[in-house]
Ligand binder design. Structure first.
Ligand code: HEM
Ligand SMILES: *[C@@H]1O[C@H](CO)[C@@H](O)[C@H](O)[C@H]1NC(C)=O
Ligand SMILES: *[C@@H]1O[C@H](CO)[C@@H](O)[C@H](O)[C@H]1NC(C)=O
Ligand SMILES: *[C@@H]1O[C@H](CO)[C@@H](O)[C@H](O)[C@H]1NC(C)=O
Ligand SMILES: *[C@@H]1O[C@H](CO)[C@@H](O)[C@H](O)[C@H]1NC(C)=O
Ligand SMILES: *[C@@H]1O[C@H](CO)[C@@H](O)[C@H](O)[C@H]1NC(C)=O
Ligand SMILES: *[C@@H]1O[C@H](CO)[C@@H](O)[C@H](O)[C@H]1NC(C)=O
Length: 322
């Protein structure tokens, strides 16, 4: 559970906290981030103490998409009990969990670690935790002074076709290869029916059982219809059924068979480069994909980075500072 190499690097940024923890024997904080379940771990110097480490899992689904942020909770101080037990807040899904980490860090090491860095680390650690690749996360990003709420407009919708996806990725300096590689982030996690139910019932706005997305395998359409009605906006469906908690290449197997959940996933078959990539990695080449994913995540983590005096270190991730 404990990912040593990364932790030190993360905590180095916050060395005062690290030093205090060690000298008092108090526990040090560690980021450990899962995708569905978020674990918080505390280290202690004795094995006995680490056995007593409490793992707290939170179902706190929603992540931002293009930022590929993870959902996290740090739970290593007794002081945080009340926060972690708070019920998942629909309006703050994902952001709420990031906020809890941020609050803990802010307490230990004020005005130092940006929300952008927390997200970048969380995204990386969540992939590592689910058995995916690892990559270095360079820290020192600063937060924009733009409210998070409208940043979601820059995210591609699940209905996007290949042209739209490449435009949106291109606008962020990301390539077609980044698109096909990063889309495999959908090897993890769940989606609400509402993100794809149009493909099952209402693809062109006609609302009938023949109005389906031709890019989806018909057997899969039948199966998904048993899970989702057209108007269901609460049910969650695994995006990579059977291994939705494990980072692997099975996303590509599904897409290759016309079983990508979103139209955007299916659109990867609409271009020869991305299609070839999907088919190649549906049949192995896992280590190549892992390396590609690490590279593309580093690229995505460098999109629109603010440094120096730009922006700010937000005190709370969901509000810009006054
Ligand atoms: C290519 C454009 C993308 C589109 C259109 C897209 C769309 C979506 C949608 C609609 C959901 C479901 C949200 C919900 O209903 O709760 C989702 C979930 C998710 N996406 Fe993407 N996404 C894209 C790219 C990415 C990238 C680049 C990553 C990371 C590398 C990613 C990782 C995830 C993860 C982990 C989830 C699951 C969240 C959860 O379990 O709650 N996606 N995406
Ligand atoms: C936890 O709370 C106690 C007392 O309320 C305080 O003395 C201690 O410094 C706090 N520790 C942390 C890590 O917040
Ligand atoms: C969720 O959080 C928001 C913002 O803090 C708050 O206004 C709202 O009442 C919360 N909702 C629930 C159900 O706790
Ligand atoms: C979000 O809102 C801010 C402030 O109102 C504005 O400057 C910014 O351009 C908006 N961003 C998007 C993507 O709409
Ligand atoms: C792709 O989607 C855009 C709108 O997002 C639309 O204007 C365009 O016609 C679509 N392209 C194809 C080939 O369907
Ligand atoms: C069906 O699709 C049309 C066009 O996209 C949309 O306006 C309408 O709201 C959809 N109907 C339902 C019930 O979702
Ligand atoms: C989900 O659908 C119900 C009924 O159609 C509606 O009242 C509710 O506002 C919707 N919730 C969201 C988050 O869209």
């Amino acid at each position: 559970m404990i990912i040593k190499g990364n932790i030190t690097r993360n905590l180095l940024l916050c060395s005062s906290y690290w030093m205090i923890s060690r000298s008092t024997g108090a526990r040090a904080l560690i980021f450990v981030v899962g995708l569905e379940k978020i674990y918080a771990v505390s280290t202690a110097r004795s094995k006995e103490a680490s056995k007593q480490t409490k793992f707290q899992a939170v179902n706190d689904g929603r992540r931002g998409r293009l930022g590929c942020d993870g959902s996290v909770l740090i739970d290593s101080t007794k002081n945080n009990t009340a926060e972690k037990d708070a019920p998942p807040n629909q309006t703050l899904r994902g952001f709420g969990a990031i906020e809890r980490i941020k609050r803990t860090i802010e307490h230990a090491c004020p005005n130092t670690v940006s929300c952008a860095d927390v997200l970048a680390i969380a995204a990386r650690d969540s992939v590592v935790m689910s058995k995916g690749p690892n990559w270095p996360v360079w820290l020192g990003r600063r937060d924009g002074r733009v409210s998070i709420a409208n940043e979601t407009k820059q995210l591609p919708p699940p209905t996007a076709n290949f042209t739209r996806l490449t435009q949106m990725f291109g606008a962020k300096g990301l390539s077609i290869k980044d698109l096909v590689v990063l889309s495999a982030g959908h090897t993890i996690g769940t989606s609400h029916c509402s993100a794809f139910s149009d493909r099952l019932y209402n693809f062109t706005g006609k609302v009938n059982l023949n109005d389906i997305d031709p890019l989806m395998d018909t057997q899969y359409i039948s199966r998904m219809r048993t899970r989702c009605s057209l108007t269901d906006n609460t049910t969650l469906v695994e995006m990579d059924p059977g291994s939705f908690k494990t980072f692997d290449t099975s996303y590509y197997k599904f897409v290759a068979k016309g079983r990508g959940l979103f139209h955007s996933d299916a659109s990867l078959l609409a271009n020869s480069f991305t299609k070839d990539y999907v088919f190649k990695h549906a049949n192995g080449f896992e280590s190549e994909f892992y390396q590609d994913f690490a590279d593309s995540m580093i690229s995505m983590g460098n999109v629109g980075v603010l440094t120096g005096n730009q922006g700010e270190i937000r005190k709370k991730c969901y509000i810009i500072n006054n």
